[in-house]
Unconditional design. Structure first.
Length: 136
């Protein structure tokens, strides 16, 4: 499994946002400058992360961005799902998907939810707090 570039950028962006936690507000432009991500990409990510209730966005004077939850309560799983959707290694476990020619005879398909939950749990075990701390 490999995350998309956009998801990787979302993790970088949220890590930068976590370092600003506690400030009144921060702005997409400052996150763009800090991370080196192009402003249009930051704006796209802010929209997706806000829709997932990971960032709050306020317009007008005194507006800007803030984390929607405490840093320790946001996980890598939350960020991945905000950009990628539900964590699923195969399409056959997605509700309503019936496009696999093996579906009627597959003995593995019933086990994929367990695998997907294990992956999600592993990602949920990594907090944004951990991701935003410098590594030695």
């Amino acid at each position: 499994m490999r995350l998309s570039s956009l998801t990787d950028y979302a993790v970088v962006l949220m890590s930068a946002a976590a370092r600003h936690h506690g400030e009144a507000r921060f702005h997409a432009g400052s996150l763009s400058d800090e991370t080196g991500l192009p402003l249009p990409t930051v704006q796209k990510l802010v929209s997706k992360l806000s829709a997932a209730n990971l960032l709050n966005s306020a317009r007008g004077a005194g507006g800007g961005l803030s984390l929607a939850k405490p840093v320790a309560e946001i996980t890598l799983a939350d960020i991945v799902e905000a950009i990628e959707g539900p964590i699923a290694l195969t399409a056959c476990v997605e509700t309503g998907r019936h496009d696999c020619g093996m579906e009627d005879v597959c003995v593995v398909q019933p086990h994929w939810p367990v695998v997907n939950e294990a992956l999600r749990s592993a990602l949920a075990g990594v907090s944004l707090m951990t991701l935003s701390e410098p590594r030695a």
